[in-house]
Design a protein around this ligand. Sequence first.
Ligand code: GLY
Length: 427
Amino acid sequence: MDVLVVGGGGREHAIAWRLAQSPRVSRVYVAPGNAGTSSDDGLFNVQLSGTDDLIAFAKRESISMTVVGPEAPLCDGIVDAFRAEGLRIFGPAKAAAQLENSKDFAKNFMARHGIQTSAYRTFDEPMAAHDYIRERGAPIVVKADGLAAGKGVVVAQSEEQAHAAVDMMLVDNGMGTAGARVVIEDFLEGEEASFIVMVDGEHVLPLASSQDHKRLLDDDKGPNTGGMGAYSPAPVLTPALHARAMREIIRPVVAGMAESGTPYTGFLYAGLMISPEGVPKVLEFNCRMGDPEAQPIMLRLKSDLYSLLDHALNGTLDQVEAEWDRRVALGVVMAAGGYPSNPRKGDEITGLPIGGEDHHVFHAGTARDDDKVVTSGGRVLCVTALGDTVRVAQRRAYEIAGRIHFDGSQMRSDIGFQAINARKSTL
Ligand code: GLY
Protein backbone atom coordinates (compact mmCIF):
# COMPACT_ATOMS: atom_id res chain seq x y z
CA MET A 1 0.00 0.00 0.00
CA ASP A 2 1.11 3.59 -0.61
CA VAL A 3 0.12 6.31 1.83
CA LEU A 4 0.26 10.10 1.84
CA VAL A 5 1.14 12.32 4.81
CA VAL A 6 0.23 15.99 4.48
CA GLY A 7 2.60 18.46 6.15
CA GLY A 8 6.28 19.20 6.50
CA GLY A 9 7.11 19.45 10.19
CA GLY A 10 8.57 17.19 12.85
CA ARG A 11 5.18 15.67 13.64
CA GLU A 12 4.71 14.66 10.01
CA HIS A 13 8.24 13.24 9.85
CA ALA A 14 7.50 11.11 12.92
CA ILE A 15 4.14 9.88 11.57
CA ALA A 16 5.63 9.12 8.14
CA TRP A 17 8.68 7.36 9.62
CA ARG A 18 6.49 5.12 11.79
CA LEU A 19 4.11 4.38 8.89
CA ALA A 20 7.08 3.29 6.78
CA GLN A 21 7.86 0.54 9.35
CA SER A 22 4.55 -1.17 8.58
CA PRO A 23 4.88 -4.41 6.57
CA ARG A 24 1.70 -3.33 4.75
CA VAL A 25 3.19 -0.04 3.52
CA SER A 26 5.40 0.23 0.41
CA ARG A 27 5.83 3.97 0.01
CA VAL A 28 5.03 6.93 2.23
CA TYR A 29 4.69 10.17 0.28
CA VAL A 30 5.05 13.36 2.30
CA ALA A 31 3.67 16.64 0.95
CA PRO A 32 5.72 18.80 1.08
CA GLY A 33 7.99 17.13 3.66
CA ASN A 34 11.47 18.31 4.64
CA ALA A 35 15.09 17.17 4.32
CA GLY A 36 14.49 14.34 6.79
CA THR A 37 11.51 12.94 4.94
CA SER A 38 13.49 13.08 1.70
CA SER A 39 16.19 10.79 3.08
CA ASP A 40 14.60 8.19 5.40
CA ASP A 41 13.98 4.74 3.88
CA GLY A 42 10.56 4.40 2.31
CA LEU A 43 9.72 8.13 2.46
CA PHE A 44 9.37 10.33 -0.64
CA ASN A 45 8.65 14.04 -0.77
CA VAL A 46 6.13 15.39 -3.23
CA GLN A 47 5.73 19.09 -3.95
CA LEU A 48 2.00 19.65 -4.27
CA SER A 49 0.13 22.86 -3.60
CA GLY A 50 -3.43 22.83 -2.41
CA THR A 51 -6.17 20.29 -1.86
CA ASP A 52 -6.99 19.78 -5.55
CA ASP A 53 -3.38 18.76 -6.31
CA LEU A 54 -3.34 16.42 -3.31
CA ILE A 55 -6.59 14.79 -4.42
CA ALA A 56 -5.32 14.38 -7.99
CA PHE A 57 -2.11 12.81 -6.65
CA ALA A 58 -3.99 10.46 -4.31
CA LYS A 59 -6.14 9.25 -7.22
CA ARG A 60 -3.26 8.93 -9.69
CA GLU A 61 -1.06 6.99 -7.25
CA SER A 62 -3.92 4.89 -5.80
CA ILE A 63 -3.09 6.14 -2.32
CA SER A 64 -4.63 3.81 0.23
CA MET A 65 -4.95 6.42 3.00
CA THR A 66 -3.99 10.04 3.65
CA VAL A 67 -3.02 11.33 7.08
CA VAL A 68 -3.10 15.07 7.73
CA GLY A 69 -0.60 16.54 10.20
CA PRO A 70 -1.27 20.28 10.64
CA GLU A 71 -4.47 22.02 11.69
CA ALA A 72 -4.73 24.56 8.84
CA PRO A 73 -5.76 22.15 6.04
CA LEU A 74 -8.11 20.34 8.46
CA CYS A 75 -9.82 23.59 9.40
CA ASP A 76 -10.02 24.47 5.69
CA GLY A 77 -11.94 21.24 4.97
CA ILE A 78 -9.39 18.92 3.34
CA VAL A 79 -11.11 15.89 4.89
CA ASP A 80 -14.50 16.85 3.44
CA ALA A 81 -12.92 17.35 0.00
CA PHE A 82 -11.14 13.96 0.02
CA ARG A 83 -14.27 12.16 1.26
CA ALA A 84 -16.37 13.78 -1.46
CA GLU A 85 -14.03 12.07 -3.96
CA GLY A 86 -14.30 8.72 -2.19
CA LEU A 87 -10.74 8.91 -0.84
CA ARG A 88 -9.75 7.58 2.59
CA ILE A 89 -8.32 10.28 4.83
CA PHE A 90 -7.72 10.41 8.58
CA GLY A 91 -8.63 13.67 10.28
CA PRO A 92 -11.71 15.60 11.38
CA ALA A 93 -14.15 17.13 8.91
CA LYS A 94 -14.25 20.92 8.88
CA ALA A 95 -17.28 21.07 11.19
CA ALA A 96 -15.54 18.88 13.78
CA ALA A 97 -12.22 20.76 13.45
CA GLN A 98 -14.04 23.77 14.94
CA LEU A 99 -12.93 22.40 18.30
CA GLU A 100 -9.55 23.93 17.42
CA ASN A 101 -10.59 26.48 14.79
CA SER A 102 -12.76 28.46 17.22
CA LYS A 103 -11.89 28.80 20.90
CA ASP A 104 -15.41 30.18 21.43
CA PHE A 105 -16.95 27.08 19.82
CA ALA A 106 -14.82 24.82 22.05
CA LYS A 107 -15.72 26.74 25.21
CA ASN A 108 -19.47 26.73 24.40
CA PHE A 109 -19.29 23.04 23.60
CA MET A 110 -17.59 22.29 26.93
CA ALA A 111 -20.15 24.39 28.82
CA ARG A 112 -23.03 22.50 27.15
CA HIS A 113 -21.50 19.10 27.87
CA GLY A 114 -20.31 19.69 31.45
CA ILE A 115 -16.60 19.40 30.60
CA GLN A 116 -14.38 21.14 33.14
CA THR A 117 -12.54 24.20 31.85
CA SER A 118 -11.83 27.72 33.12
CA ALA A 119 -14.52 30.43 33.35
CA TYR A 120 -14.57 32.59 30.22
CA ARG A 121 -16.33 35.13 28.07
CA THR A 122 -16.04 35.97 24.40
CA PHE A 123 -15.75 39.51 22.99
CA ASP A 124 -15.54 41.24 19.66
CA GLU A 125 -15.80 44.72 21.15
CA PRO A 126 -12.79 46.10 23.08
CA MET A 127 -14.55 48.20 25.76
CA ALA A 128 -16.52 45.24 27.09
CA ALA A 129 -13.34 43.12 27.02
CA HIS A 130 -11.45 45.74 29.05
CA ASP A 131 -14.30 45.91 31.59
CA TYR A 132 -14.21 42.11 31.97
CA ILE A 133 -10.44 42.15 32.58
CA ARG A 134 -10.91 44.77 35.31
CA GLU A 135 -13.67 42.64 36.84
CA ARG A 136 -11.66 39.37 36.85
CA GLY A 137 -8.15 40.76 37.55
CA ALA A 138 -4.81 39.15 36.66
CA PRO A 139 -3.34 36.70 35.92
CA ILE A 140 -5.77 36.17 33.06
CA VAL A 141 -5.56 34.61 29.60
CA VAL A 142 -6.47 36.32 26.32
CA LYS A 143 -6.90 34.04 23.31
CA ALA A 144 -7.52 34.82 19.67
CA ASP A 145 -10.65 32.90 18.68
CA GLY A 146 -9.22 31.52 15.44
CA LEU A 147 -6.02 29.79 14.30
CA ALA A 148 -2.93 31.86 14.99
CA ALA A 149 -0.04 29.41 14.40
CA GLY A 150 0.64 29.02 18.12
CA LYS A 151 0.86 32.81 18.66
CA GLY A 152 -2.74 33.50 19.67
CA VAL A 153 -2.53 32.91 23.44
CA VAL A 154 -1.38 35.63 25.84
CA VAL A 155 -1.01 34.55 29.46
CA ALA A 156 -1.15 38.00 31.05
CA GLN A 157 0.47 38.32 34.45
CA SER A 158 -0.90 41.85 34.86
CA GLU A 159 -4.10 43.61 33.83
CA GLU A 160 -1.96 45.98 31.69
CA GLN A 161 -0.66 43.03 29.64
CA ALA A 162 -4.20 41.72 29.18
CA HIS A 163 -5.49 45.15 28.06
CA ALA A 164 -2.57 45.39 25.61
CA ALA A 165 -3.38 41.93 24.20
CA VAL A 166 -7.02 42.91 23.68
CA ASP A 167 -5.98 46.12 21.90
CA MET A 168 -3.46 44.23 19.75
CA MET A 169 -6.14 41.75 18.62
CA LEU A 170 -9.39 43.75 18.57
CA VAL A 171 -8.18 47.30 17.84
CA ASP A 172 -4.92 46.97 15.89
CA ASN A 173 -5.94 43.77 14.09
CA GLY A 174 -2.54 42.26 14.99
CA MET A 175 -3.77 38.67 14.49
CA GLY A 176 -5.92 39.38 11.44
CA THR A 177 -9.30 37.66 11.30
CA ALA A 178 -8.14 35.04 13.85
CA GLY A 179 -8.10 37.79 16.48
CA ALA A 180 -11.27 39.62 15.43
CA ARG A 181 -12.91 37.86 18.37
CA VAL A 182 -11.20 37.01 21.65
CA VAL A 183 -11.89 34.56 24.43
CA ILE A 184 -10.82 35.80 27.86
CA GLU A 185 -10.51 33.07 30.44
CA ASP A 186 -9.35 32.61 34.01
CA PHE A 187 -5.76 31.49 34.51
CA LEU A 188 -5.48 27.91 35.76
CA GLU A 189 -2.78 26.76 38.17
CA GLY A 190 -1.21 23.31 37.91
CA GLU A 191 0.82 21.10 35.62
CA GLU A 192 0.08 20.77 31.91
CA ALA A 193 -0.14 17.47 30.06
CA SER A 194 -1.03 16.48 26.52
CA PHE A 195 -3.69 13.81 26.19
CA ILE A 196 -3.95 12.66 22.58
CA VAL A 197 -6.34 10.02 21.27
CA MET A 198 -7.45 8.55 17.96
CA VAL A 199 -11.19 8.72 17.27
CA ASP A 200 -13.24 6.92 14.61
CA GLY A 201 -16.46 8.89 15.14
CA GLU A 202 -17.57 6.65 18.01
CA HIS A 203 -14.68 4.71 19.55
CA VAL A 204 -11.51 6.07 21.11
CA LEU A 205 -7.98 4.71 21.19
CA PRO A 206 -5.81 6.66 23.65
CA LEU A 207 -2.20 7.23 22.69
CA ALA A 208 0.61 7.36 25.24
CA SER A 209 0.56 10.47 27.42
CA SER A 210 3.12 13.22 26.90
CA GLN A 211 4.24 16.60 28.12
CA ASP A 212 5.46 19.56 26.12
CA HIS A 213 7.74 22.51 27.04
CA LYS A 214 6.23 25.61 25.46
CA ARG A 215 8.61 28.33 26.67
CA LEU A 216 11.84 29.07 24.82
CA LEU A 217 14.19 29.06 27.81
CA ASP A 218 15.10 26.80 30.74
CA ASP A 219 12.88 26.86 33.84
CA ASP A 220 9.88 27.71 31.61
CA LYS A 221 11.10 31.26 31.01
CA GLY A 222 11.04 33.39 27.87
CA PRO A 223 8.46 33.65 25.10
CA ASN A 224 5.96 30.97 24.16
CA THR A 225 6.92 28.75 21.24
CA GLY A 226 5.33 25.88 19.36
CA GLY A 227 7.18 23.58 21.78
CA MET A 228 10.86 23.18 22.63
CA GLY A 229 10.76 19.52 23.61
CA ALA A 230 8.52 16.76 24.87
CA TYR A 231 8.60 13.39 26.51
CA SER A 232 6.35 10.39 26.91
CA PRO A 233 4.92 9.09 29.20
CA ALA A 234 3.95 12.03 31.44
CA PRO A 235 4.06 10.87 35.08
CA VAL A 236 1.48 13.52 36.05
CA LEU A 237 -1.12 11.50 34.11
CA THR A 238 -1.41 8.65 36.58
CA PRO A 239 -3.65 5.69 35.63
CA ALA A 240 -6.44 7.18 37.79
CA LEU A 241 -6.17 10.57 36.08
CA HIS A 242 -6.00 8.91 32.68
CA ALA A 243 -9.28 7.11 33.41
CA ARG A 244 -10.83 10.32 34.69
CA ALA A 245 -9.77 12.30 31.60
CA MET A 246 -11.29 9.61 29.38
CA ARG A 247 -14.53 9.57 31.39
CA GLU A 248 -14.99 13.29 32.03
CA ILE A 249 -13.42 14.82 28.91
CA ILE A 250 -12.71 12.59 25.92
CA ARG A 251 -15.84 10.41 25.92
CA PRO A 252 -18.23 13.37 26.42
CA VAL A 253 -16.51 15.20 23.55
CA VAL A 254 -16.83 12.25 21.19
CA ALA A 255 -20.45 11.58 22.21
CA GLY A 256 -21.35 15.29 22.07
CA MET A 257 -19.86 15.78 18.61
CA ALA A 258 -21.75 12.74 17.32
CA GLU A 259 -25.02 13.97 18.88
CA SER A 260 -24.54 17.35 17.19
CA GLY A 261 -24.32 15.64 13.81
CA THR A 262 -20.60 16.40 13.46
CA PRO A 263 -18.95 13.13 14.51
CA TYR A 264 -15.29 13.50 15.37
CA THR A 265 -12.74 11.46 13.45
CA GLY A 266 -8.98 11.91 13.61
CA PHE A 267 -6.42 12.67 16.27
CA LEU A 268 -7.90 14.67 19.13
CA TYR A 269 -5.50 16.50 21.41
CA ALA A 270 -6.76 17.71 24.76
CA GLY A 271 -4.33 20.14 26.38
CA LEU A 272 -5.01 19.55 30.07
CA MET A 273 -4.16 21.45 33.21
CA ILE A 274 -3.96 19.13 36.19
CA SER A 275 -4.87 21.24 39.22
CA PRO A 276 -2.92 20.92 42.48
CA GLU A 277 -5.93 18.91 43.75
CA GLY A 278 -5.56 16.50 40.84
CA VAL A 279 -8.53 17.65 38.75
CA PRO A 280 -8.01 17.58 34.95
CA LYS A 281 -9.39 20.68 33.19
CA VAL A 282 -9.24 21.49 29.49
CA LEU A 283 -6.98 24.33 28.36
CA GLU A 284 -7.58 23.74 24.66
CA PHE A 285 -8.48 21.18 22.05
CA ASN A 286 -6.42 20.60 18.94
CA CYS A 287 -7.73 18.63 15.99
CA ARG A 288 -4.37 16.95 15.29
CA MET A 289 -1.40 15.37 17.02
CA GLY A 290 0.92 17.61 19.00
CA ASP A 291 4.26 18.80 17.74
CA PRO A 292 6.74 17.95 19.30
CA GLU A 293 4.65 15.44 21.32
CA ALA A 294 4.22 13.23 18.23
CA GLN A 295 7.98 12.62 18.01
CA PRO A 296 8.43 10.81 21.36
CA ILE A 297 4.99 9.18 21.03
CA MET A 298 5.83 7.73 17.61
CA LEU A 299 9.26 6.58 18.83
CA ARG A 300 7.50 4.58 21.59
CA LEU A 301 4.74 3.12 19.41
CA LYS A 302 5.32 -0.59 18.80
CA SER A 303 2.02 -1.36 17.08
CA ASP A 304 1.64 -1.10 13.33
CA LEU A 305 0.50 2.50 12.80
CA TYR A 306 -1.00 1.69 9.40
CA SER A 307 -3.16 -0.98 11.00
CA LEU A 308 -4.36 1.39 13.75
CA LEU A 309 -5.25 4.02 11.16
CA ASP A 310 -7.00 1.41 9.04
CA HIS A 311 -9.16 0.47 12.03
CA ALA A 312 -9.88 4.14 12.63
CA LEU A 313 -11.00 4.59 9.03
CA ASN A 314 -13.17 1.45 9.24
CA GLY A 315 -14.82 2.56 12.52
CA THR A 316 -13.38 -0.39 14.46
CA LEU A 317 -10.99 1.26 16.91
CA ASP A 318 -12.77 -0.69 19.68
CA GLN A 319 -11.13 -3.84 18.29
CA VAL A 320 -7.48 -2.74 18.78
CA GLU A 321 -5.07 -1.65 21.45
CA ALA A 322 -1.83 0.21 20.95
CA GLU A 323 1.37 -1.36 22.27
CA TRP A 324 4.06 0.96 23.65
CA ASP A 325 7.77 0.61 24.31
CA ARG A 326 7.96 0.59 28.11
CA ARG A 327 10.92 2.98 27.95
CA VAL A 328 10.69 6.78 28.14
CA ALA A 329 11.12 8.73 24.92
CA LEU A 330 12.37 12.31 25.13
CA GLY A 331 12.72 14.82 22.31
CA VAL A 332 14.85 17.98 22.39
CA VAL A 333 13.99 20.64 19.84
CA MET A 334 16.90 22.46 18.19
CA ALA A 335 15.56 25.80 16.96
CA ALA A 336 17.00 28.36 14.58
CA GLY A 337 18.65 31.55 15.81
CA GLY A 338 16.04 34.28 16.22
CA TYR A 339 13.20 31.79 16.85
CA PRO A 340 10.35 32.38 17.66
CA SER A 341 10.09 35.99 16.41
CA ASN A 342 12.44 36.02 13.42
CA PRO A 343 14.16 32.68 12.70
CA ARG A 344 17.29 32.63 10.54
CA LYS A 345 17.24 30.42 7.47
CA GLY A 346 19.84 28.85 5.21
CA ASP A 347 22.40 27.79 7.85
CA GLU A 348 24.14 24.49 7.07
CA ILE A 349 23.42 21.64 9.51
CA THR A 350 26.30 19.25 10.22
CA GLY A 351 26.77 16.27 12.53
CA LEU A 352 23.42 14.62 11.82
CA PRO A 353 23.62 10.97 12.96
CA ILE A 354 22.66 7.95 10.91
CA GLY A 355 19.42 6.50 12.38
CA GLY A 356 19.65 4.00 15.24
CA GLU A 357 17.45 1.59 17.18
CA ASP A 358 16.93 3.80 20.20
CA HIS A 359 16.86 7.28 18.73
CA HIS A 360 15.76 9.28 15.72
CA VAL A 361 16.39 12.85 14.66
CA PHE A 362 13.07 14.12 13.32
CA HIS A 363 13.39 17.06 10.96
CA ALA A 364 11.09 20.09 10.85
CA GLY A 365 12.47 23.32 9.37
CA THR A 366 15.10 21.74 7.13
CA ALA A 367 15.68 21.69 3.39
CA ARG A 368 18.20 20.26 0.95
CA ASP A 369 20.60 22.61 -0.79
CA ASP A 370 22.53 20.41 -3.26
CA ASP A 371 24.25 17.87 -0.99
CA LYS A 372 23.86 19.96 2.16
CA VAL A 373 21.04 20.07 4.70
CA VAL A 374 20.16 23.65 5.71
CA THR A 375 17.77 25.32 8.13
CA SER A 376 14.51 26.56 6.63
CA GLY A 377 12.22 27.29 9.58
CA GLY A 378 11.96 28.08 13.29
CA ARG A 379 11.97 24.64 14.85
CA VAL A 380 14.66 22.79 12.92
CA LEU A 381 15.09 19.33 14.48
CA CYS A 382 13.69 17.24 17.31
CA VAL A 383 16.40 14.91 18.59
CA THR A 384 14.45 12.06 20.17
CA ALA A 385 15.84 9.16 22.20
CA LEU A 386 14.60 6.23 24.28
CA GLY A 387 15.94 5.35 27.73
CA ASP A 388 15.01 3.17 30.69
CA THR A 389 14.46 6.33 32.73
CA VAL A 390 13.80 9.97 31.90
CA ARG A 391 17.36 10.79 32.85
CA VAL A 392 18.81 8.16 30.51
CA ALA A 393 16.60 9.28 27.62
CA GLN A 394 17.49 12.89 28.38
CA ARG A 395 21.25 12.18 28.48
CA ARG A 396 21.07 10.25 25.20
CA ALA A 397 19.08 12.97 23.40
CA TYR A 398 21.43 15.72 24.58
CA GLU A 399 24.53 13.68 23.61
CA ILE A 400 23.22 13.38 20.05
CA ALA A 401 22.08 17.01 19.92
CA GLY A 402 25.50 18.11 21.16
CA ARG A 403 27.12 16.67 18.03
CA ILE A 404 24.77 18.50 15.66
CA HIS A 405 25.73 21.99 14.63
CA PHE A 406 24.18 24.94 12.82
CA ASP A 407 24.94 28.61 13.38
CA GLY A 408 22.65 30.29 15.89
CA SER A 409 21.06 27.06 17.14
CA GLN A 410 19.06 27.27 20.36
CA MET A 411 17.83 24.49 22.64
CA ARG A 412 16.72 24.18 26.22
CA SER A 413 18.95 22.18 28.53
CA ASP A 414 16.20 20.94 30.88
CA ILE A 415 13.69 19.02 28.76
CA GLY A 416 12.07 16.43 31.04
CA PHE A 417 12.67 18.33 34.28
CA GLN A 418 9.08 17.89 35.51
CA ALA A 419 9.25 14.11 35.11
CA ILE A 420 12.62 14.03 36.88
CA ASN A 421 11.23 16.16 39.71
CA ALA A 422 8.13 13.94 39.92
CA ARG A 423 10.35 10.89 40.26
CA LYS A 424 12.44 12.58 42.97
CA SER A 425 9.32 13.50 44.93
CA THR A 426 8.20 9.85 45.02
CA LEU A 427 11.57 8.57 46.32
N1 GLY B 1 2.97 21.20 21.28
C1 GLY B 1 1.79 21.93 21.28
C2 GLY B 1 0.93 21.72 20.13
O1 GLY B 1 1.18 20.88 19.28
O2 GLY B 1 -0.07 22.41 20.00
